[in-house]
Write a protein that binds this ligand. Structure first.
Ligand SMILES: NC(=O)c1ccc[n+]([C@@H]2O[C@H](COP(=O)([O-])OP(=O)(O)OC[C@H]3O[C@@H](n4cnc5c(N)ncnc54)[C@H](O)[C@@H]3O)[C@@H](O)[C@H]2O)c1
Length: 334
């Protein structure tokens, strides 16, 4: 039985807590949040006790692992505290939006032998993973083009979340940069990003962008295209397409059902796509937590690492620099 403390019980923390509580070999023993009411509401749903004192939780003898789902700018502090307490960590992405802080954290972690798995949940999506597996098995020959579409449903998230998130490239595109590395099976070496404000004035007010097209080159010469928007009017648009000399493999969007309607106004009409990450990636979040629990039980190493989080953030920084300077940027420059 793996006993979890959930650190941060907002949107994603409460969802993770529910998944942990459903596992036959895991339980939530503590819910921590700076907002006691949120922690208490989460504990009422999944069991365990609520607290606003993380040090007491990390010292408790009924915590085998922590799941960090607090705002991004609190991750490094909670990672280091949890590592010092000897607790295995499953931490939401990104590690932080400040590259220097991430690199200092990596150096500090060298003092502790604690497994840390990073929450790049999309790697666990069965459809995206099937694309990766097909590419790795050589089904399409050498990969030539990889196209990743990732567009959030509107309207924009609350301003407080946007203020804390680090901007489009570090908060959202970072998932796509990780997906690119996952499918490519090699590193990206060069990034060229164009971006714009097309969706909502709040993004420009925060010095952020809401629309982007990013082109990248891999070490072996494959080309990658990532396109992002903070708004669709048809649901969460998440597609991955890999192309090579021997064919193409694509992970398509998901809908609530496979029903299509035909009439005098439209044919093959279907429902909007599943709304957002909690709906679209439900299976992925569950598989991610199972992978973490199974890894702990087997005494293995995490399949998604701190290094993966660091490398994806390097691509976010390269994209940001490319956008600001309007030129291709090599990852080696970062
Ligand atoms: N993998 C994914 O698909 C995915 C999706 C959404 C969010 N995230 C990540 O999860 C994290 C949380 O995002 P969210 O959307 O759930 O945010 P949220 O604002 O809904 O929830 C954050 C919670 O943390 C609490 N909190 C604030 N400061 C804290 C602190 N110092 N210690 C503990 N708790 C604190 C808040 O009270 C709130 O309940 C972010 O890092 C975000 O990037 C990942």
């Amino acid at each position: 039985m793996v006993r979890f403390a959930i650190l941060g019980t907002g949107r994603i923390g409460a969802m993770h807590a529910g998944i942990v509580a459903r596992q036959p070999d895991a339980a939530v023993t503590w819910c921590y949040d700076v907002d006691h009411d949120r922690a208490a509401a989460c504990a009422a749903q999944v069991g365990g006790r609520a607290s606003t004192d993380v040090d007491a939780i990390l010292a408790a003898d009924d915590v085998d692992a922590v799941l960090i789902a607090s705002p991004t700018n609190t991750h490094v502090d909670l990672i280091l505290k949890s590592a010092a307490a000897g607790k295995p960590i499953l931490c939401e992405k990104p590690i932080d939006v400040d590259l220097a802080k991430v690199e200092a954290c990596r150096a500090a972690l060298a003092d502790f032998d604690v497994p840390l798995q990073l929450g790049f949940n999309r790697r666990f999506d069965p459809s995206h993973r099937a694309v990766r597996d097909a590419v790795a098995a050589g089904e399409i020959g050498a990969l030539e083009l990889l196209v990743i579409t990732s567009r959030d449903p509107g309207p924009p998230p609350p301003r407080a979340i946007l203020e804390a998130c680090g901007g489009l490239f570090r908060d959202t595109s970072i998932h796509d940069f990780d997906m690119a590395r996952f499918v490519l099976g090699e590193e990206v070496t060069e990034v060229y990003a164009m971006a714009a404000n097309r969706v909502d004035p709040v993004f420009a007010e925060l010095g952020d962008v809401d629309t982007a097209m990013i082109v990248m080159r891999s070490a072996s010469g494959a080309l990658v295209h990532v396109n992002n928007s903070r708004r669709t009017n048809y649901g969460y648009d998440q597609r991955v397409e890999a192309f090579g000399a021997d064919g193409m493999v694509r992970s398509n969007n998901h809908r609530p059902s496979e029903v299509s309607r035909h009439g005098d106004q439209a044919t093959a009409a279907r429902t909007p796509l599943l709304h957002f990450f909690i709906e679209r990636y439900a299976a992925a979040y569950e598989a991610e937590i199972r992978d973490f629990i199974d890894m702990l039980a087997a005494g293995g190493r995490p399949s998604v690492t701190f290094d993966d989080g660091h490398r994806a953030l390097l691509l976010s920084e390269a994209a940001l620099q490319s956008y600001r300077e309007n030129r291709p940027v090599t990852v080696a420059e970062i």
